[in-house]
Design a protein around this ligand. Structure first.
Ligand SMILES: Cc1cc2nc3c(=O)[nH]c(=O)nc-3n(C[C@H](O)[C@H](O)[C@H](O)COP(=O)(O)O)c2cc1C
Length: 386
């Protein structure tokens, strides 16, 4: 009998980068940076996923300028001082077989918020926060995110040029920081999505109005980043495939085709966040895999690789998504917070690497030995002994 490797554990080559499996740690903001700099928290948070077998480890939404900060604890790449602590992490990830991705973003009108567990409302702008000066809130149009949120200043054409230049500068720093992949954050109601969606974009100039105009900023930023990001390195784009007010899945297919034409390799398919308190990925009462149909449709209709995300928790569920050709990567967020070795567990469940050879020897040698010697009450998957 020939043994086929499960789709979830087949390598994925993109340009000159090979991801060892299809498991992606979804970008997750930690709100633990000081002045945008990564520290030991980010090192510990991200490296354990590499030792836990993940193929693609993603840094959280990392802000390209200080005005783009969601909250004071966001990561940044707006100055050279941010490079070294990130480099320390990417070196470790590479040494342990994982590919690294950084998500570059700008919070737009959602800048200046409290950490989620502190209430997730707008920060009190009359006082400094953790000793830091406040920052200006800018957006395509002077429309607040929700009632009670600050009215952003409408971006001028100079602002648009400056923010685009900040994306480019951050991508150059990402290269110096050793990242393998950049992902443009075009989702969840942040700046790029605010341009895409008619809910937040009421501009009368060439950046507002019809779909072509609303896509202009996203495409300009992406093309500018692609121009400086090494040709051998992949570029991803996270989209809210549909939102609460006017951006549709059909629009996302059109956008994905345009992005493909300018050198984007993968569309990472989330949803929502522009007109509701939480992006739909974090909203209540969603069913497992609820965003997979977005990744599936964009993949088929735009002819581009996709990542699926949102309540993907079980190995068989993840395997079926890739095996059935619905997405090329499976991004896992909260389940990976619960179990950073999710990828190793999934491999065991799917019959891959029973000897734990893909784990660092410091862990894998002992787990293999325990498996071989067996122990009373071992779970079924752990009883392939002697
Ligand atoms: C703590 C936390 C932080 C997040 N930060 C980001 C982020 O920085 N960028 C992003 O695109 N999505 C972010 N998300 C959304 C996740 O990447 C993911 O899309 C979402 O949690 C759904 O996947 P899950 O059900 O596997 O958690 C965050 C989610 C969580 C729980």
């Amino acid at each position: 009998m020939t043994h086929t490797v499960p789709a979830l554990f087949s390598p994925l080559p993109i340009r000159e980068v090979v991801i060892r499996n299809r498991v992606m740690l979804s970008p997750m903001a930690q709100y633990r940076a000081r002045d945008g700099s990564a520290n030991d928290w980010h090192f510990t948070h991200l490296t354990r996923f590499a030792t836990g077998g993940v193929g693609l480890v993603c840094f959280e939404a990392t802000k390209v300028e200080r005005r783009g900060l969601g909250t004071v604890g966001d990561l940044g790449l707006w100055k050279d001082e941010h490079i070294a602590p990130i480099r320390r992490i990417t070196d470790f990830l590479r040494a342990h077989g994982a590919v690294s991705l950084i998500q570059l973003g700008h919070a737009g009108r959602k800048a200046g918020t409290m950490r989620p567990w502190d209430g997730f409302g707008p920060l009190d702008r009359s006082v400094s926060v953790e000793g830091e000066e406040h920052w200006e809130v800018i957006a395509p149009s002077p429309l607040p995110y929700l009632d009670g949120w600050p009215v952003p200043r409408e971006m001028t054409l100079e602002d648009i040029g400056a923010v685009t230049a900040s994306f480019v500068a951050a991508a150059r720093r990402a290269e110096r920081a050793g990242l393998d992949i950049v992902e443009i954050h075009g989702a969840h109601g942040y700046l790029i999505h605010e341009f895409l969606s008619p809910v937040s974009n009421a501009r009368q100039d060439r950046y507002g109005g019809n779909l072509e105009n609303r896509m202009r900023f996203a495409l300009e930023v992406t093309a500018a980043v692609r121009a400086v990001w090494p040709a051998g390195k992949p570029l991803f784009f996270r989209v809210s495939a549909q939102d609460e007010g006017g951006w549709t899945l059909e629009d996302s297919v059109v956008l994905a085709r345009e992005l493909k034409a300018i050198g984007v390799d993968v569309i990472d398919c989330s949803s929502g966040g522009v007109g509701a308190r939480y992006s739909s990925a974090n909203a209540a009462r969603q069913a497992p895999g609820f965003q997979v149909p977005f990744a599936d449709r964009i993949r088929k209709e735009a002819g581009i690789m996709t990542a699926a995300v949102g309540l993907i928790v079980a190995p068989e569920q993840a395997e079926a998504i890739v095996r059935d050709g619905r997405a090329d990567l499976v991004a896992i967020g909260r389940e990976m917070l619960y179990n950073p070795s999710w990828a190793v567990h999934a491999a065991q469940a799917l019959g891959v690497d029973p000897e734990f050879r893909n784990m660092p020897s410091e862990y894998g040698w002992w787990l293999d030995r325990r498996r071989k010697t067996g122990y009373p009450g071992a779970p079924a998957g752990d009883r392939t002994v002697r």
